[in-house]
Design a protein. Structure first.
Lengths: 589, 615
């Protein structure tokens, strides 16, 4: 069968074989059960026929009972075998699918942020769901019946050749067009299957974006636009699916045709052979009866092959993700920080996003003493956000190094590093889980007192007013919370992690003035003995910092105290809100 | 045990019961049937046509064995006498039948495939559109992951049912009917014995139907939860990694995945019982027929040849029944998915669009454009019935006025904005633009009247220009760039490799929050609504950029009604009027100057505090 299957095409699928290893016994049992079932199913009519022609025709009442039990026994055996095969399939194959999905998810969790910036969630999702079920279907069904059918085919061919070699060889010769067809079909079908799977991934992405962007869509009333786009994509999927249907229709109908044509040939040639006495009539009758048994394996190969191709391309798509090596990984031998004090240094750090031509950060030198708070000030687009992503190794520096207490952060185990450095992002990410679970993200072992303290610090006591308090599920993206509330939860989360280094990206931007003042006061207490990098846009927040660094176009152009830097026009420009703007507000424009 | 730990992390929320009561189950099934019927209705004639095709095709293929018999019985004797013609003719007729069968089969596969894909497209289209129509209150409850799972996994299930081979079903039903008739004709007492097997068959099927409906329903729920967790954790991957959430996430995912495996195993195992069960009934019946038939043959009531063919036919009677059970399985899976989709389609938008838009109060005025006078009249609203945010709230904003809303979290600022953007409808009272209730405005009119820049500046996959054009898709490229320039997106774009055509990455990952906010603002500028709402739309901007935006807003907002929610007083600078809210009531109302002069109010205090913070 090697010729039917282009080996290279199945390499990815073959790559999953180790998932089957724990179930190899079960797989064997499934194979044996499948064979035995086919045998029992073939035997039943033969036994019945023998019984009818034998004891019954003879009128042997006594022989009837054993015949009855033989038929019943075979029938029951068939059912039991089906049951056994299906039962094992439901255990082993589903477990394999589940294990691959678990591993895929684990792997995705390890892949660096840069990977996720590029890969659409919908594409990944379609791999984890649709593609995996293609593989499951093939493993549980296609693979087994592929073998069963091939064996059945070969066995029947051998029987045919034994019955009457010339005609048997003619019939066996139909294997050639079948294989040729199967190859052609396989080639075309695998291209199509891949295309359809990719397009389904795109469609999943469209669905996912439409779901996540529902507020913006509502705000601008663009439901119709998204709908039009979605339908256009769905039509593309439909177009490809129809091509698949057409290909299947062509191939399957040819597979139906071939055995029938061969049958006509057998009747003609066999008939002539019988007429000319080179074959007995009985042989021809037996021959045609056996030929019918050949029909099903050939017809079945159609859908089995479709299933196999889909599984193969699905495996390709999944293996592509597995083949991506996490860019940010643990060092082979992690260093340990014996006594973390929280000294954070940037040494000639440059950073460029993977597909960017130009670096976002260039030659950054910063030295934060333990407990020191450094504010980063810079215009929109100067690289502040990129800078905050580096200490926790969400991205790795492209040049230079960052050290924590003298150790290159790349030499620390990731879990260790991220336990010491906590980051609050400007976009507070909340998950659809309880408030508590959202807060203890970084410290599952936090006590209730610690949680309360963090809530208090971040002025997030509104959570107690939620219907179920800390157990209330808050929507994904904290949909039912305001921007200020989300930000306070993100802050509480970062503080609760009790890190040696806190990285806060514009932590107070969405807070109202009252709350801001309270949070600032509380934050000042935390920052007294925590090293911190705080991105700020407002002079009030600068007050939290011991020193300020001015970031301009990816470079640190000045470091000093707020009052020192205020002398620099570039600094003053970025931070100064002209009170006149406000005072003039009362005056008609 | 697992269920409780799953519930623990997920937290509590009010949501519909997932295990359905029996009475509800009937309703669900009826709704599903209606949906299916509606989807199939336009294709009824085609379906009959293709069914006819497959019937002929099956007939042609059934004719072949008979032809072989004729060939052997008649062709060979003729050939023995030197006349090969009958044999050749029979062979040719077989070829003819084979060709006809293959051609009809192909027609059937193509035709039903086309119908299946058409139905799938129609369903995708309907469900997507309905999701867009449903109001935010629904989406907040439903979560995006569920919506995604409806649009992907559920559709896949239906698609695989459509692929599962309707031909098997048609062929099977055909065989069952013909063979059943043949059995009765051959020997009616034995025929009745065979047909009696339908009693246990139907009983078993009924059992299977009831159990598998419930099992597949659970499967749909389980996969939805897997998808919710999957998409959310990938969306929030930064937070996941930064806070070392991976181990816990893996644990939760494994739990959900295991739950899905268990429910799938359940439905698998039902078939594992059902399918061999059908076979079992068939085999027992066959054995019984053999026994009874044998006795009758021996008793001389029946010919042995009749019994032989009867028993052989019996096999061809039960074989297709087993095939039908396979199809029934994938149908049950699809039915559970359809049930979920029918449930979505059955949701009524709590903010329904009117079928016909109300006319503008005076279309002659301003060439039929909105002027933008806004009024909230006696509005009562709360997100939960027991906690009203606004109660009997009144506010009138004349056309062209820029109003700043101030107040602490929970004072009701965002609620007013959302009501005005018609994300929600008030429980009581009216929200009016130019005297027309928002409830009476069709979507396009509503969005020409009101647009809102929300707190989160969501960007779609695509270029910067695409994202701005979202505000008004029909805008020209010049207009898009002009809108971008007005708020300073051109500065952002200058750093990007492909300028306006640079892609923003997944959800704008390549841009900072400030840059995303600028694009969101440009979107609003391009949308050019009569009433513009800015909800914290510039919180992530640095001072110079914010100044730039404000200068731009001065121009953009001229002659336009605007509602600005901001915590920072710098944003308030461009307002004509300031409203200070507290606990859902207006506590201060006046021009910034008036409120400052009054000196003892909240605004004046805030202003002093703010001035201090600048130093």
């Amino acid at each position: 069968m090697q010729t039917v299957f282009n080996g290279a095409r199945y390499r990815s699928l073959y790559g999953f074989r180790h998932y089957l290893r724990p179930y190899r016994w079960q797989m064997w049992v499934m194979f044996v059960a499948a064979f035995a079932m086919v045998a029992a199913a073939t035997l039943v009519p033969l036994v019945i026929k023998a019984a009818v022609n034998g004891p019954i025709a003879r009128g042997d009442r006594g022989a009837l009972v054993p015949v009855f039990f033989a038929a019943l026994g075979l029938g029951v055996a068939e059912c039991v075998l089906i049951f056994v095969r299906r039962y094992i399939q439901s255990i082993a194959v589903l477990q394999v699918e589940t294990n691959i999905r678990d591993d895929l998810y684990r792997h995705l969790q390890r892949l660096a942020v840069a990977f996720h910036d590029q890969w659409q969630t919908g594409q990944l999702l379609s791999r984890a769901t649709t593609d995996l079920s293609s593989i499951r279907r093939f493993l549980g069904f296609g693979a087994i019946f592929l073998v069963v059918n091939v064996v059945q085919y070969v066995a029947v061919c051998a029987l045919l050749i034994a019955t009457y070699p010339p005609l048997g060889l003619i019939v066996s010769a139909m294997t050639v067009p079948v294989i040729w067809l199967a190859r052609r079909f396989g080639n075309e079908y695998s291209l199509l299957a891949r295309r359809v799977q990719d397009q389904q991934g795109d469609l999943a992405t469209a669905a996912e974006e439409a779901a996540s962007g529902i507020r913006v869509t509502k705000a601008f009333g663009r439901g119709t636009l998204l709908h039009t786009q979605f339908v256009r994509q769905a039509e593309v999927v439909r177009g490809s699916a129809l091509e698949m249907v057409a290909l299947r229709g062509r191939f399957w109908s040819l597979l139906e045709l071939i055995p029938n044509i061969v049958m006509a040939l057998v009747v003609l040639v066999g008939g002539l052979a019988v007429a000319h006495h080179s074959m007995s009539l009985g042989a021809l009758v037996a021959f045609t009866t056996l030929l019918v048994l050949l029909q099903w394996p050939i017809i079945d190969i159609g859908w089995i092959l479709s299933m196999a191709q889909e599984a193969a391309t699905a495996a390709d798509r999944i293996q592509e993700v597995f083949a991506t090596v996490p860019a940010v990984v643990d060092p082979p031998v992690p260093a340990t920080l014996t006594e973390p004090r929280g000294r954070l240094r940037f040494e000639h750090v440059s950073f460029a996003f993977p597909d960017a031509d130009e670096p976002t950060l260039r030659d950054i030198d910063l030295d934060l003493a333990p407990g020191e708070t450094l504010a980063i000030v810079g215009a929109t687009g100067s690289g502040k956000t990129a800078l905050t992503a580096l200490p926790a190794r969400l991205y790795d520096v492209t040049a230079g190094r960052i050290t924590l207490d003298g150790v290159d952060i790349r030499d620390l185990a990731l879990a260790d590093l991220r336990a010491r450095i906590a980051t609050a992002f400007e976009d507070p990410v909340l998950f659809s889980m309880s408030v508590r679970e959202n807060l203890v993200l970084g410290r599952p072992d936090a006590t209730d007192e610690e949680i309360e303290a963090a809530i208090d610090l971040a002025q997030a006591d509104f959570v107690h007013a939620l219907p179920w308090g800390l157990d209330t599920r808050i929507g994904e993206q904290g949909l039912s919370l305001s921007g200020g509330q989300r930000q306070r939860l993100a802050l509480a989360r970062a503080v609760l992690a009790r890190p040696a280094v806190l990285v806060l990206d514009d932590p107070l931007s969405a807070l109202d003035v009252h709350t801001e003042a309270k949070v600032e006061a509380a934050l000042a207490r935390v920052l007294r003995d925590t090293t911190a990098i705080v991105v700020v846009h407002r002079p009030s927040t600068v007050a939290l910092a011991d020193r300020v660094a001015l970031l301009e176009d990816g470079r640190i152009t000045a470091v000093g105290t707020h009052s020192e830097l205020m002398r620099l026009p570039a600094y003053a420009e970025v931070l100064t809100v002209d009170p006149d703007d406000v005072i003039s507000a009362g005056v008609p424009r | 045990m697992t269920t409780t730990s799953v519930d623990q992390w997920r937290g509590v929320a009010a949501e519909q019961q997932e295990d359905v009561a029996a009475s509800l189950s009937v309703l669900l099934r009826r709704r599903t049937r209606q949906l299916l019927g509606g989807l199939l209705a336009p294709h009824r004639r085609a379906v009959w046509g293709y069914t006819a095709a497959i019937v002929v095709s099956v007939a042609a293929s059934m004719a072949i064995p008979a032809l072989v018999g004729i060939g052997i019985d008649r062709g060979i004797p003729a050939a023995r006498h030197g006349d090969d013609v009958p044999l050749v003719v029979v062979a040719a007729v077989i070829v003819g039948c084979a060709l006809l069968q293959a051609w009809l089969y192909r027609t059937f596969v193509l035709g039903t495939g086309r119908i299946g894909q058409r139905i799938l497209l129609e369903l995708r289209q309907r469900v997507f559109q309905h999701f867009q129509r449903l109001s935010l209150a629904f989406h907040e409850r439903y979560t995006s992951g569920r919506m995604i799972s409806r649009l992907t996994s559920d559709m896949d299930t239906i698609s695989s049912m459509l692929d599962a081979g309707l031909d098997t079903l048609v062929t099977a039903v055909l065989s069952i009917v013909t063979v059943g008739t043949v059995l009765l004709v051959l020997d009616w007492p034995l025929g009745l014995v065979s047909l009696a097997s339908f009693v246990p068959l139907l009983w078993l099927s009924r059992w299977y139907q009831r159990r598998s409906t419930a099992a597949y329903r659970r499967t749909r729920e389980a996969i939805a939860l897997v998808i919710v967790h999957f998409t959310e954790s990938l969306r929030g991957i930064r937070a996941v990694q930064a806070f070392r959430r991976e181990p816990r996430n893996n644990e939760i995912f494994a739990e959900l995945n295991e739950d899905y495996r268990r429910t799938t195993t359940d439905s698998f195992q039902l078939l594992t019982v059902y399918w061999p069960g059908i076979r079992f009934i068939g085999n027992v019946t066959t054995a019984a027929v053999l026994l009874i038939g044998g006795l009758r043959v021996i008793g001389g009531d029946m010919k042995v040849g009749v019994l032989a063919s009867f028993v052989l036919y019996l096999r061809r009677f039960f074989e297709p029944i087993a095939d039908v059970s396979q199809f029934y399985d994938s149908f049950q899976g699809a039915a559970a998915a359809l049930e979920k989709l029918a449930g979505v389609l059955d949701e009524q938008p709590s903010v329904p669009m009117p079928s016909r838009s109300a006319a503008l109060p005076d279309p002659a005025n301003d060439g039929g454009a909105w002027r933008g006078a806004v009024e909230l009249r006696d509005v009562t609203f709360g997100y939960r019935a027991d906690a009203p945010v606004l109660q009997g709230f009144d506010l009138a904003v004349p056309a062209g006025q820029t109003v700043a809303l101030l107040g602490e979290t929970g004072a009701g600022k965002s609620t007013i904005a959302r009501l005005l953007a018609r994300f929600y409808d008030p429980v009581d009272g009216e929200v009016l633009v130019d005297g027309v209730s928002l409830r009476d405005l069709a979507e396009p009119d509503l969005r020409r009247a009101v647009a809102m820049v929300t707190q989160e500046s969501f960007l779609f996959t695509g270029s910067v220009a695409d994202n701005i054009a979202f505000g008004r898709p029909e805008a020209t490229r010049e207009e898009v760039e002009a809108a971008g320039r007005a708020v300073g997106v051109d500065v952002v774009v200058r750093r990007l490799p492909d300028g306006w055509d640079s892609t923003v990455g997944k959800n704008g990952a390549k841009l900072s929050a400030g840059q995303r906010q600028l694009i969101a603002l440009a979107r609003a500028v391009l949308a050019d609504p009569a009433v513009l709402i800015l909800d914290e739309a510039s919180s992530s901007l640095d001072a110079p950029t914010e100044r730039l935006v404000q200068r731009a807003l001065c121009t953009v907002l001229a002659g336009r009604t605007a509602l600005i929610i901001a915590h920072r007083l710098s944003t308030v600078g461009i307002a004509d009027r300031v409203l200070v809210l507290d606990g859902g009531r207006i506590v201060e109302d006046g021009t910034p100057a008036q409120l400052l002069e009054a000196g003892d109010g909240e605004y004046a205090a805030l202003h002093r505090q703010w001035l201090e913070s600048l130093l």
